[in-house]
Design a protein around this ligand. Structure first.
Ligand SMILES: Cc1cc2nc3c(=O)[nH]c(=O)nc-3n(C[C@H](O)[C@H](O)[C@H](O)COP(=O)(O)OP(=O)(O)OC[C@H]3O[C@@H](n4cnc5c(N)ncnc54)[C@H](O)[C@@H]3O)c2cc1C
Length: 391
């Protein structure tokens, strides 16, 4: 009985979050996102509104000025954004990048940055991990950080560093021990909090012209000086700290995909009911109706795994298997729904004014990033099912 009451209260709180986020999103309709997409511009006004409403500080504990919510609630925020037709990719990283600082930073670092991030005075939403010569094999990154007295000097190159120009701070992974000197190849990398306001010409950025409006860049780093006090945690343990954040990231991305999937299903059903060809709504044809119903079932199934993963995360249980499965299933279900929605719209699916083609491009990204689904399958095969390492 007590559990049922607690569940009811929690459910009510979650529904209130959903409604409040929906309210913010209402002011940013399809046309807003469509026009930004066409101009390849960052949704500055939307991100500001979301920050001012406190939603991007959901995961920051109350003692540092955040909302102190769980990953379940944070995932509901991002799901609702994507379900409204918007794109959480513009701001989701603000939610989870700070996890490394929160979990592995020292008290002085947390006091210095977290309250300002929570208040929206500082943006920490750039994440410099991927490199052109390493790709998915993160332990092979080549950017180096060399300690000189009380500072590190960083040189190298990053690729796909999203929201770099819209961030004050960047979490950067760099090599502090040469790869060949390591017996354990997962060591030797370190995480730095880089203050981009002080970086100046030491980081040259070049925007990548991409299929999605993602504000993403190549970075060329030349003699970037970072004070040693900006090292997060222990030198050489950076890969472990990055991995620690992966489950949260995967659950949040899964929720975004669920939001996308529901948006596609809603739009597909609406169009199937309205469009009349051969004297009846096209939705009266099983060839039109069934792919939408099938995608709907897959989105709902993925959603259950997402909530299971989130519940395990929030109660401190191991959730690697569930978080990976949620990301895999939700991104694929959203993609299935995207294709059903595209098909049902006939030629109009390709017209920008219907927004289907924009969301179609955005939903496809999550099969590839932040982690490719092949590597998710590799994780399940090896770590959950006990087969040999395949990557
Ligand atoms: C729009 C966008 C935004 C991004 N934002 C960021 C960001 O902010 N910060 C950041 O650090 N990174 C970011 N990324 C990078 C993203 O995380 C990587 O693209 C992704 O991890 C894959 O790396 P890769 O592109 O080098 O592919 P690769 O590693 O070169 O892989 C290419 C293909 O080979 C497959 N493959 C490789 N090895 C194996 C194997 N052993 N078994 C089976 N299949 C395999 C992969 O699954 C993939 O299909 C972003 C990417 C995109 C597209």
């Amino acid at each position: 009985m007590a559990v049922a009451v607690r569940d009811d209260v929690q459910h009510e709180q979650q529904e209130a979050i959903r409604a409040a986020v929906r309210d913010v999103c209402k002011d940013y309709p399809d046309a807003y996102w469509r026009e930004l997409d066409q101009r390849q511009e960052y949704p500055e006004a939307f991100v500001r509104a979301l920050t001012e409403a406190g939603w991007l500080a959901a995961l920051i504990p109350e003692q540092y000025g955040g909302a102190g919510l769980g990953i379940t609630e944070a995932s509901i925020i991002l799901e609702e954004i994507n379900r409204s037709g918007a794109n959480s990719a513009a701001c989701h990283a603000q939610m989870y990048i700070m996890g490394a600082l929160l979990k592995h930073g020292n008290e002085e670092q947390k006091q210095r940055y977290l309250p300002k991030i929570a208040a929206g005075e500082l943006r920490l939403q750039a994440f410099g991990v991927t490199e052109p010569n390493a790709g998915s094999e993160t332990t092979r990154i080549q950017t180096t950080a060399v300690r000189q007295a009380d500072r590190y000097v960083i040189n190298g190159q990053k690729v796909w560093t999203s929201r770099f120009k819209q961030s004050d701070l960047m979490l950067l992974l760099a090599r502090t021990t040469p790869y060949d000197d390591l017996t354990d190849k997962t060591r030797g990398l370190s995480v730095f909090l880089v203050d981009l306001r002080e970086a100046g010409a030491a980081i040259e950025s070049r925007p990548i012209d991409a299929m999605v409006n993602h504000s993403t860049n190549e970075l060329f780093i030349n003699d970037l000086v970072v004070p040693a006090e900006n090292l997060i945690g222990e030198e050489g343990m950076g890969f472990r700290y990055i991995i620690d954040g992966w489950n949260a990231e995967r659950i949040l991305i899964a929720a975004e995909s669920v939001g996308d999937g529901r948006w596609f299903v809603d739009r597909a059903v609406k169009y199937a009911n309205e469009r009349v060809v051969f004297g009846r709504p096209i939705g009266a044809n099983q060839g039109v109706q069934f792919p939408i119903a099938q995608a709907y079932a897959h989105v709902e199934a993925a959603d259950l795994v997402r909530y299971k993963a989130a519940a395990r995360f929030d109660s401190g249980q191991k959730c690697g298997a569930e978080a990976n499965m949620a990301k895999l299933l939700a991104s694929e279900a959203a993609w299935e729904a995207a294709n059903a929605c595209m098909t049902v719209h006939g030629g109009y699916g390709l017209a920008t004014e219907y927004d289907v083609e924009r969301k179609f491009r955005e939903a496809r990204l999550y099969i590839v990033a932040p982690i490719n689904n092949n590597l998710v399958l590799g994780y399940l095969g090896q770590h959950v099912l006990g087969m040999p390492k395949s990557y």
